[in-house]
Design a binder for this molecule. Structure first.
Ligand code: AMP
Length: 280
């Protein structure tokens, strides 16, 4: 596996691979890799001749009081995992090479960013859309792999691909969970032992809501109440509980054919998100 820091170098290497008829699969990450990332990488490995993984903790998607500085980083460990996963290129650019002086290519994340995490994290999705667009221009992948863990993010990128008519196939991969249901996340690292146990309630609240939907409950207010009643016993603060249309991320009042149940909450100062797509 080659670790490449320079965007131009990566573009020219990939042009050569493309000329040889190889398809390029791309998995963007912020590093501190875990089983969730590895599941995306495995899908990319199966479907493409070349696999590129990027590790870039994108400063512009973090708010001023968020965890950019303390976000976990371990490039050596990540390189080991990527090598084992038979990744071809790790792209680990500097902040300056992604945002050169005078950078102006900011991307509007569009209407999907009005909901869920959008209003809770102002500027977050603008930062995400901007960095992913920049990475797409450098790598020009045939396929890009995102996790349903960050469902809204994946939908925003899907929308950006459509809007800019980028020739990229979007792949949204299922959420990887611990055996107890907790969605795996680099941020779980921040949790104490006790918080980690309490965090299991997040998935439990979502599955309980799904059960009630399957038993016939359609009213979003009632479904949210079921989730809230469980969460309030275990988490320190609920940031939001929303029942939304899976296509638009806009809140719905009644669950008809399908719905996304989405939650954001705090354990101590750690903010965790999770979601469950429910079809009736
Ligand atoms: P991150 O490094 O947190 O920015 O995540 C990079 C990619 O991995 C994103 O597309 C995430 O949605 C995806 N991802 C993170 N955690 C999981 C998980 N538990 N299951 C599936 N995908 C995940």
């Amino acid at each position: 596996m080659l670790t490449i820091k320079n965007p131009r170098e990566l573009t020219s290497i990939l042009n050569r691979d493309r000329d040889q008829g190889k398809r390029i699969g791309f998995v963007p990450t912020m590093g501190y890799l875990h089983e969730g990332h590895l599941s995306l990488i495995r899908s990319a490995r199966k479907e493409n001749g070349i696999v590129v993984v990027s590790i870039f903790v994108n400063p512009i998607q973090f708010g001023p009081y968020e965890d950019f500085k303390r976000y976990p980083r371990n490039l050596k460990m990540d390189q080991r995992l990527l090598k084992q996963a038979r990744v071809d290129y790790l792209f680990a650019p500097s902040t300056n090479s992604i945002y050169p002086k005078g950078f102006r290519g900011f991307i509007d994340p569009g209407p999907l960013a009005r909901y869920l995490c959008g209003p809770k994290r102002p500027g977050h999705f603008r930062g995400v859309a901007t960095v992913v667009n920049r990475l797409f221009r450098i790598i020009q992948p045939d396929r890009a792999y995102f996790g349903a863990k960050d469902y809204q993010q994946a939908k925003i990128i899907e929308d950006m691909i459509r809007k800019f008519r980028l020739p990229i196939q979007m792949k949204i991969c299922p959420i990887v969970r611990e055996k107890n249901g907790l969605a795996i996340s680099s941020r779980n690292q921040y949790l104490s032992k006790k918080e980690r146990i309490r965090a299991r309630s997040i998935y439990r609240s979502l599955t309980e809501a799904r059960k009630q939907i399957r038993l016939g409950e359609q009213r979003a207010e009632r479904i949210k109440k079921i989730i809230r009643q469980i969460l309030l016993n275990y988490v320190d603060k609920v940031d939001y509980i929303e029942i939304v249309n899976p296509k638009t991320c806009a809140p719905i009042e009644q669950v008809k054919s399908s719905a996304l149940l989405a939650v954001a909450c705090y354990l101590g100062s750690t903010r965790l998100i999770d979601n469950l797509l429910v079809k009736r």
